[in-house]
Design a binder for this molecule. Structure first.
Ligand SMILES: [Ca+2]
Ligand SMILES: [Ca+2]
Length: 221
């Protein structure tokens, strides 16, 4: 084949491109009922015309409105994603539904491909950095659907630091209830997990899903 007559360096570059091309398309693989993903490694993004998830690293520069300085230094792999612009930063800023707040999922959606071999109920946790009262909510869904058990993940504790949480905000309990955020997966195979904006300015470093109701990532490290 002609390709083998190319200089070695060019051949290596081609192989690297193929490797990274495949890597960016890969599915995250569940093992023993557990799967953890760097949030910035999403597959693609949709419905992002009004608000959009940006990958933040040390080189990120933008004029978009944001309440706080970047937190990439303390993030896993030094990268995370944030929904910008953040126009509702405090309770006094005007709440504009479907713009800076959306109680319903479907707006600014990042998609992740996962490969599941153990069907079952998966509890979803995410690691977020919240600095205010209006940047601490998100939704999670599966295969283009948004079950009630994936709506309104809420962070009250762990302000101004990366903090793992898995609580669902309800009318009665604003800070959220435990063990209420989960996705039911009936069949093994490839599935898509999505996260969608609830509040702009939301920052996510990693997320995980586990079949173990007692698992708590804050007990690790
Ligand atoms: Ca906000
Ligand atoms: Ca990260």
């Amino acid at each position: 084949m002609k390709i083998f007559s190319l200089p070695k360096t060019i051949y290596s570059v081609i192989l690297l491109l193929i490797f990274f091309g495949c890597a960016s398309q890969k599915s995250f693989i569940e093992k023993d009922g557990f799967l953890k993903v760097e949030a910035e490694n999403f597959h693609h993004q949709t419905n992002d015309s009004i608000r959009k998830w940006y990958i933040i690293d040390k080189n990120f520069k933008s004029n978009l409105k944001d309440a706080d300085a970047p937190h990439s230094k303390s993030a896993s792999k030094n990268r995370y994603i944030e929904i910008l612009p953040d126009t509702r930063q405090t309770h006094n800023d005007k709440l504009i539904r479907k713009e800076n707040f959306n109680n319903n999922p479907g707006m600014a959606v990042v998609h992740y491909k996962v490969k599941i071999s153990t069907p079952g109920r998966y509890y979803v946790w995410a690691k977020a950095f919240s600095t205010g009262p209006e940047d601490n909510g998100v939704h999670v869904g599966i295969n283009g659907k948004w079950p009630d058990s994936g709506k309104r993940l809420q962070w009250c504790k762990g302000k101004k630091t990366w903090y793992w949480e898995s609580k669902q905000r309800t009318k009665e309990v604003h800070c959220g209830i435990e063990n209420a955020i989960y996705l039911d997966i009936d069949k093994a195979g490839e599935h898509t997990i999505q996260f969608s904006m609830r509040e702009d300015g939301f920052e996510m470093d990693e997320w995980l899903m586990t079949t173990d109701i007692n698992f708590n990532p804050r007990n690790k490290n």
